[in-house]
Design a protein around this ligand. Structure first.
Ligand SMILES: [Zn+2]
Length: 175
């Protein structure tokens, strides 16, 4: 399955000098990327773009907000969370570039003749980076991570690590 390009693009001609505020709404499925779906992203990915255009460069700030269906790391209960991510890219016109891009991914060259700037891949990465490292329940009294529920569910360390280990195995099975 190939990853979609051109899902979100900026028309360079339509950008005015100064600040341009744009809002895009897409479905996770539009990106045609299994990784996004597996990560828990569903419908309604909102992308706010602020493009600062000058004679020499276009600075693009991306802000994503999307609801993701995740699961608690401890008890595996479903957790729905609103995630936001930000990313900034500097497009410098190649006739004004003072340096070559040095592998620094957020500094790129732009041709004077470029009609569109495709930010599909940047939005995709911003979404993936917005995923939290840890996910825990927020309102599930059954979960030991839920504040106030810990007293009745004391598990001694030996049991606990074994139990966590089996949960890890279970989770890996679904990866
Ligand atoms: Zn939980």
């Amino acid at each position: 399955m190939h990853k979609e390009k051109g899902v979100i693009g900026l028309q360079v001609d339509s950008l005015v000098e100064g600040t341009n505020e744009l809002v895009f709404t897409r479905d996770a499925a539009d990106f045609n990327d299994r990784q996004l779906i597996d990560a828990g992203f569903g419908k309604n990915i909102r992308v706010e773009v602020s493009a600062e255009k000058s004679e020499t460069e276009i600075t693009i700030s991306i802000r994503t907000s999307a609801e993701a269906d995740l699961s608690c790391d401890i008890c595996l209960a479903p957790v729905s969370t609103m995630l936001t991510g930000t990313y900034r890219i500097f497009y410098v016109y190649n006739d004004h570039a003072e340096r070559e891009p040095d592998g620094n991914d957020d500094y790129r060259l732009l041709e004077r003749t470029a009609e569109t700037i495709d930010i599909t891949e940047d939005v995709r990465e911003t979404l993936l980076l917005s995923l939290p490292m840890k996910v825990t329940c927020t309102d599930n009294p059954e979960c030991i991570m839920y504040p106030g529920s810990s007293e009745d569910t004391q598990i001694d360390d030996g049991d606990k690590s074994q139990w966590l280990e089996s949960l890890e195995k279970l989770k890996n099975k679904y990866r």
